[in-house]
Design a protein around this ligand. Structure first.
Ligand code: ATP
Length: 268
């Protein structure tokens, strides 16, 4: 069951080229997370800079945290266990303990490996906040195994968490996240870069001004921008379909004069 959430680097369909507008944070991540894994032979000679065992990506929803997590795994050549927290929580008492432990055992067997936990605050939130006893024990088990990893200099397993609500995370968890990165909502120029990336292989009408669009889309996340472009595409298709249906009915009545290319013009 856990293995079904496992992805090898070759199967990961995201690379840094799929992420726009986050150059500064991407460069930092490549230097502090990817490089020590890719060049373990060099980095293991020093205690100063080791491959991190806990990294937190936090920031507003839809701004690239999951994309970044996958790009790290791809670039570093790490296997990727996408830990579905709801699966752990749904298990019977005792089962979830074994599962939490099994995730670490599997990750260590497969290293270099990332254990990715999206919405990590829903699993490892501040203790004493109404947790069921089984959840509290699972958390403790998770931390014990994580600590084992941290104290093992040779282990190459990274717990990578993503959250929109870092304030809800247990302080003990934050301490284990030696590196924390804020993935910010895109500003004007970053939104332009994201739009350019999303639309790079689309045919745009010459009147489309992406710079203006980026300016108007204040407050939009990368995910919102993708949705906006998808919606615009569907609207355009609807217009074309309407034009086609009209021509078809006109031709049935013997009235059609326009070529299909002309229909395109009408819809612009
Ligand atoms: P959540 O907090 O809701 O889990 P997230 O921060 O993990 O969101 P992603 O899942 O990484 O966001 O992004 C969702 C989608 O939005 C991506 O698949 C991509 O299409 C688009 N997107 C978001 N940010 C960017 C970006 N910086 N560059 C390119 N595409 C982006």
């Amino acid at each position: 069951m856990i293995a079904s959430l496992l992805v090898t680097p070759d199967d990961i369909d995201v690379s840094w080229a799929d992420i726009a507008g986050l150059d500064a944070v991407v460069n930092e991540l490549r230097e502090s997370v990817v490089m020590p894994v890719r060049h373990r032979d060099l980095f293991s000679r020093s205690q100063l800079c080791q491959a991190p065992k806990g990294v937190l990506l936090h920031g507003p929803p839809g701004c690239g945290k999951t994309l970044i997590a996958k790009a790290i795994a791809k670039d570093a050549g790490m296997r990727f266990i996408n830990l579905d927290v709801s699966v752990l929580k749904d298990k019977w008492y005792g089962e979830s303990l074994k599962l939490a432990s099994a995730v670490f055992t599997l990750a260590q067997k497969l290293e270099p490996c990332i254990i990715f936990i999206d919405e990590i605050e829903s699993f490892l939130r501040v203790r004493g906040s109404g947790d069921h006893e089984a959840t509290a024990m699972m958390k403790t088990q998770f931390m014990i195994r994580w600590d084992g990893l941290i104290s093992n200099a040779n282990a190459c397993v990274l717990v990578l968490g993503a959250t929109n609500r870092p304030q809800d995370l247990d302080k003990a968890i934050l301490r284990r996240m030696s590196l924390q990165f804020y993935i910010e909502a895109p500003r004007d120029c970053q939104r332009l870069e994201i739009l350019q990336l999303i639309l790079q292989s689309e045919q745009l009408h010459p009147s489309v001004n992406l710079k203006e669009l980026a300016r108007l889309a204040t407050g939009f996340s990368g995910s919102d921008l993708r949705e906006l472009c998808r919606h615009a595409f569907i609207c355009r298709m609807r217009q074309i379909m309407r034009g086609r249906n009209q021509t078809e009915s006109e031709s049935e009545l013997g009235l059609a004069k326009t070529e299909s290319e002309e229909e395109f013009k009408d819809c612009e």
